[in-house]
Ligand binder design. Structure first.
Ligand code: GTR
Length: 431
């Protein structure tokens, strides 16, 4: 194997989302060893008053929780920038053998003399009634990995240079076309009458310590600033922000129904999808596929990955203030149920995989369950079961949850459930 091939393999392994390589003998995978904990009440204001109606939730408690997450966890993101441009690079009306319209768009963000470009790939089913509802997701491996379609422009990838040991940007090779097609189920999405929009997350910020300088965050530094302030956005918030900029484009595209857009993501990109859905109420459905610690899983459970693992291995993901919670989850004025509650009353799907213990399937389930009181206050049906459902038994209504057999991945089974959920939610809206 050439050194370059070896380094590519290493990068791929880093995306697999496991505890491989974590030097921590103390990982808890035994329920009996999970310490007791109590969760902060999402329906009690900082002042101690109880939230008893939807108005108090929307006007007072929701902003409080958003502020907690902006200060303590993901960091504060800038608003939509004034200098935002959308260029439609190509439209192919007969893509995928005539089954889809393929659009490729560049979103450019400018600040001073710097410009950042995100390449959006969109497929819409041909012959579908317009405007089309759509799934929006970031991808780990680039637009060309989504489908073997030779018309997709080859994007960039970041690999470690075997000689200098630095991460370098390269054009993705031809051989990477369709390399993650299994994780996208594009044909099924199109068959359901939905579109798919994706962006390579590395276009927004490449995912490694030190990657910040190649991404969007420095464009928003104050004059003279070189490092983020403790509550400035981390990489996850930057990826979420990219999803909102894609939504800005979607609102201008008359072929897409901007009122029916599901933001979804797997793993670290599931964390990004949750934060995008929490902040940006334009997303009508939010889907977390195995987002784990720092996403849908209850941090206080200390099962599988912990805050200290995140802060040690991925210090660039969160804001500076989040570091104080390493080993001190009990001091968090928040937990994942409050993040999930920010999405209420909109539709939310949280999913786990049985063998993905690192992400803590039960912790993800309990995150969704404990967001329930907020959904109920807003007149929506939450998950009523308090025991975890068996494998392949989705539960819930406006909030749904499933755990499937198998490893950390985004599979055909997961998509099948998300498509059914979208059918249910969106056809209800169209009635
Ligand atoms: C793991 C990380 C998880 C999860 C995963 C992924 O290494 O510990 O929090 O985000 O990566 O994104 O695949």
């Amino acid at each position: 194997m050439t050194p370059r091939a070896a380094s590519l393999l290493l990068c791929a392994a880093a995306l697999m989302g496991s505890d491989a390589g974590v030097q921590n003998v103390d990982v808890i995978y035994d329920e009996a060893r999970v310490p007791k904990y109590s969760l902060p009440d999402p329906l009690v204001l900082k002042s101690g008053e109880r939230v008893r109606d939807a108005k108090t939730w929307t006007s007072r408690r929701r902003p409080e929780i958003l502020e907690i997450y902006r200060t303590e966890v993901y960091g504060r993101s800038p608003e939509r920038p004034a200098q935002l441009a959308f260029d439609v690079n190509s439209v192919e009306t007969q893509a995928l053998g005539g089954r889809a319209v393929r659009k490729q768009i560049t979103i450019s963000v400018a600040a001073g003399t710097d410009t950042l470009k995100m390449k959006v790939l969109i497929y819409l089913p041909t012959g579908a009634k317009k405007p089309v509802p759509l799934f929006l997701a970031l991808s780990f491996l680039g637009n060309q990995a989504v489908s073997a379609d030779p018309g997709i422009a080859l994007g960039d990838q970041w690999v470690r240079d075997a000689v200098t040991n630095e991460m370098v940007k390269q054009h993705a090779p031809e051989a990477s076309r369709g390399s993650s097609a299994q994780q996208w189920q594009l044909d099924q999405i199109l068959l359901h009458g939905y579109g798919l929009a994706t962006i390579f997350y590395g276009d927004i910020e490449p995912d490694f310590v030190g990657g910040m300088k190649y991404g969007v965050r420095p464009l928003f530094f104050k004059p003279g600033q070189t490092e983020p302030a403790p509550d400035d956005w981390g990489a996850i918030a930057a990826w979420s922000w990219g999803l909102s900029r894609a939504m800005d484009y979607i609102e201008t595209d008359h072929d897409i129904d901007a009122t029916r857009v599901a933001v979804m993501g797997h793993s670290r990109l599931g964390k990004a999808a949750l934060w995008a859905g929490a902040q940006d109420t334009r997303f009508s459905i939010v889907i977390s596929n195995e987002s784990g610690e720092g996403g849908a899983a209850i941090s206080r459970r200390l099962y599988g990955e912990r805050t200290k693992n995140l802060n040690t291995r991925f210090p660039h993901w969160f804001d500076g203030n989040f570091g104080q919670y390493s080993g001190h989850e009990d001091r968090m004025p928040f937990d994942s149920h409050m993040l999930l509650a920010l999405i209420a009353p909109r539709a939310l799907y949280v999913a786990s995989a049985e063998e993905d213990r690192w992400s803590d399937p039960r912790g993800e389930f309990l995150g969704a369950v404990n967001a329930g009181p907020v959904y109920e206050l807003l007149g929506e049906k939450a998950i009523t079961a308090d025991t975890m459902p068996g494998l392949h038994q989705p539960v819930g209504h406006t909030v749904m949850y499933h755990v499937r057999a198998g490893k950390h991945d985004l599979t055909a089974y997961d998509w099948e459930q998300y498509l059914k959920f979208a059918d249910m939610r969106w056809s209800r809206k169209a009635d």
